[in-house]
Ligand binder design. Structure first.
Ligand SMILES: NC(=O)c1ccc[n+]([C@@H]2O[C@H](COP(=O)([O-])OP(=O)(O)OC[C@H]3O[C@@H](n4cnc5c(N)ncnc54)[C@H](O)[C@@H]3O)[C@@H](O)[C@H]2O)c1
Length: 256
């Protein structure tokens, strides 16, 4: 797509990687980088600082044709429909859509405006395969294993913390199971996709296993990434930049 002006929401691990890629590769003009009051800009980010704002109304008034959200599911829930009324939205915090009223408002806003909600693959792979095969897929199980701190739980937590529908996993771990949400949206939905969340106090890896059982096919993908200390692992900023480049049609030869 030929986006000219973008807004970015969130300037953490993902937001900063995307900002840097858009600016250094001259993909589009960045109208703003919206953060919350608690955000403290790191050293050596002078260029980023020039774009920072905490003013939501200023951000919503900007003439962007694409907004990239890398902040929090509450942002997608609170601003998603309003943003989609103006242009496209790429949302990393897709667990917000597990709330049916949010999903309905977002789908309706996109339909009325003719805009698109883009779900990046983030920390997992094969959303394309899920989407392509969804009519013939019977079962999807996503199992995430992280240490308790990375799950917002006790650092000593061990074992299965949750097992059930992805819709309920998103309500319980909104910042930690965006992978599950993305898999559900691409595939067979929040109620039919099964989520398992496991705490392992000894691991520094964030591991996601996606098992898919279809009519005449199945796959079992496991992706592991070293924690960067917060909710993202080492692979996610790379994946995020790749998604943005594909959204912009940056690659002369592209996987599809
Ligand atoms: N889809 C995936 O596979 C995947 C993978 C990793 C992270 N995520 C999600 O992407 C988001 C960003 O991840 P990250 O690792 O960059 O997080 P981070 O904690 O490093 O950064 C979050 C940023 O969002 C900002 N923020 C938080 N609440 C805000 C609000 N209400 N309004 C404006 N800005 C706000 C913070 O100031 C910060 O700059 C999180 O929601 C995370 O759960 C998704």
């Amino acid at each position: 797509m030929n986006y000219q002006r973008v807004g970015i929401i969130g300037a953490g691990v993902i937001g900063q990687a995307i900002f840097d890629a858009i600016v250094t590769q001259d993909l589009a003009a960045v109208d703003y980088v919206l953060v919350d009051e608690r955000f403290a800009p790191p050293a050596n980010t002078t260029h980023l600082r020039e774009h920072l704002t905490t003013d939501v109304r200023r951000a919503l008034a900007a003439p962007t044709d694409l907004v990239i959200e890398a902040a929090h599911p509450d942002v997608v829930a609170g601003l998603g429909a309003e943003l989609l009324a103006k242009g496209d939205l790429c949302a990393f915090s897709s667990s917000a859509l597990a709330d049916e009223s949010v999903e309905t408002a977002i789908r309706q806003a996109a339909k009325v405006a003719g805009s698109r909600l883009l779900i990046p693959h983030g920390a997992i792979l094969a959303l394309d395969g899920l989407s392509d095969g969804r009519d013939a897929i019977d079962q999807v199980i996503v199992t995430t294993t992280k240490n308790g701190a990375s799950l917002g739980a006790d650092t000593n937590a061990r074992g299965v913390l949750f097992e059930g529908a992805t819709r309920d996993a998103c309500a319980r771990f909104p910042r930690n199971v965006n992978v599950h949400a993305a898999v559900a949206i691409a595939g067979i939905g929040f109620d039919r996709t099964r989520s398992v969340v496991v705490a392992d106090p000894e691991t520094r890896q964030m591991r996601h296993r996606v098992q898919v059982f279809g009519q005449g096919f199945e796959w079992d993908i496991s992706v592991s990434s070293t924690t960067l200390g917060g909710v993202s692992g080492a692979y996610t900023p790379k994946s995020a930049v790749g998604s943005i480049q594909r959204i912009f049609g940056f690659h002369p030869i592209a996987a599809c």
